[in-house]
Design a protein around this ligand. Structure first.
Ligand code: MG
Ligand code: ZN
Length: 215
């Protein structure tokens, strides 16, 4: 019975995800579902994406958090429209939450919606939000075994961002190993090694986002 309940929840989620996808398509807006563990740098990536692309594209943001508005406030400080979703304890965003978020954004005046998911490498992978692409942020201090330890998350990713490259001297992190494991698991994922702190590698990421928005 437990399995049946979970299946029903996911089926209901997928129906609303399809509506979100239709809303985005009708509005000519792309949405990136930014996932990753707490502290990987999801908010920093959202901030840097707004800084780099804010002159070329009109970004809007949906910030999901279990508690606090800290991330939403950081993004709002950059001048981007932001909707904060307090998940009330839920450890992931689902399609109805994102549907509410989209309904509260002016999509006619947006090109890309950056959705920051709750920090978690497990269940966000199971929820289709109707997004255009799934982005997973991992970082050097987390260790180079995350692709192997959380295979579902990395298998469903369209793009993997390896953040905090500037901290490499302080950690034992085999970037080649991470890329090789990712290639084994998900050869279609594009990866970007970068540092939101120093800006290294961010241009390639921004160009990928811009190219997605142009299609
Ligand atoms: Mg954050
Ligand atoms: Zn969850």
């Amino acid at each position: 019975m437990q399995i049946k309940v979970v299946e029903n929840v996911l089926a209901a989620n997928d129906a609303i995800a399809a509506q979100n996808r239709e809303t985005l398509k009708r509005s000519g807006v792309i949405a990136l579902n930014v996932m990753g563990s707490p502290g990987a740098g999801k908010t920093s990536l959202v901030e840097q994406t707004i800084r780099l692309l804010g002159q070329r594209l009109r970004p809007a943001v949906i910030e999901g958090d279990i508690a606090t508005r800290y991330d939403a406030e950081r993004v709002a400080a950059l001048g981007a429209p932001v909707v904060h979703i307090a998940t009330g304890g839920e450890c992931h965003l689902d399609a109805p939450m994102v549907g509410q978020g989209l309904a509260n954004l002016d999509l006619a005046n947006a090109d890309v919606v950056l959705i920051e998911n709750v920090g978690n490498l497990v269940c966000p992978a199971e929820y289709d939000l109707g997004e255009t692409a799934k982005v997973v942020v991992t970082s050097v201090p987390e260790g180079d075994d995350k692709v192997e330890k959380y295979p579902l998350m990395f298998r469903i990713a369209d793009a993997v961002v390896i953040n905090k490259l500037d901290t490499m001297p302080s950690f034992t992190y085999d970037l080649d190993r991470v890329r090789a494991r990712l290639l084994d698991l998900n050869p279609n994922a594009v990866s970007f090694a970068l540092s939101c702190a120093t800006g290294q590698g961010l241009d390639a990421w921004a160009e990928w986002v811009a190219a997605r928005a142009a299609t």
